[in-house]
Design a protein around this ligand. Structure first.
Ligand SMILES: CC(C)(COP(=O)(O)OP(=O)(O)OC[C@H]1O[C@@H](n2cnc3c(N)ncnc32)[C@H](O)[C@@H]1OP(=O)(O)O)[C@@H](O)C(=O)NCCC(=O)NCCS
Length: 179
């Protein structure tokens, strides 16, 4: 099983392990990340991190592939995450999946996700056989939209009041990368 992906001289991706719980709890206990994502709780505790890491291990075993990657500096320090949701992918031969990602706030706007997302999408295509990778985002999430467009995704739709979060309805944009 492929368990490490090289990005460049600064970054690589590898599997999460339980030693990552403290870094996940540190960086994901961030309201600005919570506000922009759909499944990450807030506040975010080490118990949440341990649950998520165990969940990733189960997904990996079920699919026979790494599904969620830790984004790491060459020192090994975790500074973000990216993975597939496997919502409609109960078997390893599914042709489509949804991607989700985050970068620790101190590392925003350094071009990290613009370097990471294309590598993970190519992995999804080449290793998992994906032909369609979807990314629904809050319509106001300009940073995420820019990363998607730079990575070859195209907007397919605009969904009014698609999400209800923080006591507010949010419009969504749906992006997809087709192989
Ligand atoms: C979205 C996110 C992953 C982007 O990661 P990143 O590593 O900071 O992105 P990059 O540095 O590669 O930036 C890509 C582009 O978006 C721009 N950008 C990033 N954040 C922005 C913001 N809040 N507003 C406007 N532009 C933004 C960058 O300036 C860059 O533009 P450029 O290519 O013209 O220079 C990161 O902001 C994040 O983790 N956000 C919270 C979680 C989230 O939104 N996840 C996605 C859910 S769909």
């Amino acid at each position: 099983m492929l368990t490490r992906l090289e990005i460049d001289s600064e970054l690589y991706l590898s599997v999460l392990d339980q030693n990552d719980a403290a870094a996940l709890a540190l960086y994901l206990n961030e309201k600005e990340i919570y506000d922009r994502t759909l499944q990450i709780p807030f506040p975010y505790s080490e118990a949440d991190a341990h649950w998520f890491i165990a969940h990733c291990e189960q997904l990996q075993q079920a699919h026979g592939h790494v599904i969620n990657w830790a984004i790491r500096l060459k020192t090994g320090e975790l500074i973000g995450g990216i993975g597939f949701h496997c919502k409609n992918t109960v078997t390893p031969i599914a042709h489509r999946d949804e991607v989700g990602y985050w970068v620790a706030k101190p590392y925003w706007n350094k071009g990290i996700m613009s370097r990471v997302l294309p590598v993970v999408c190519a992995y999804g295509r080449d290793v998992r056989g994906l032909r369609r990778i979807e990314a629904p985002i809050y319509a106001w999430n300009i940073g995420s939209e820019k990363v998607l467009l730079k990575s070859g995704f195209r907007q397919e739709g605009y969904l009014c009041k698609s999400y209800f979060k923080n006591n507010t309805f949010h419009d969504a944009k749906i992006f997809a990368l087709i192989y």
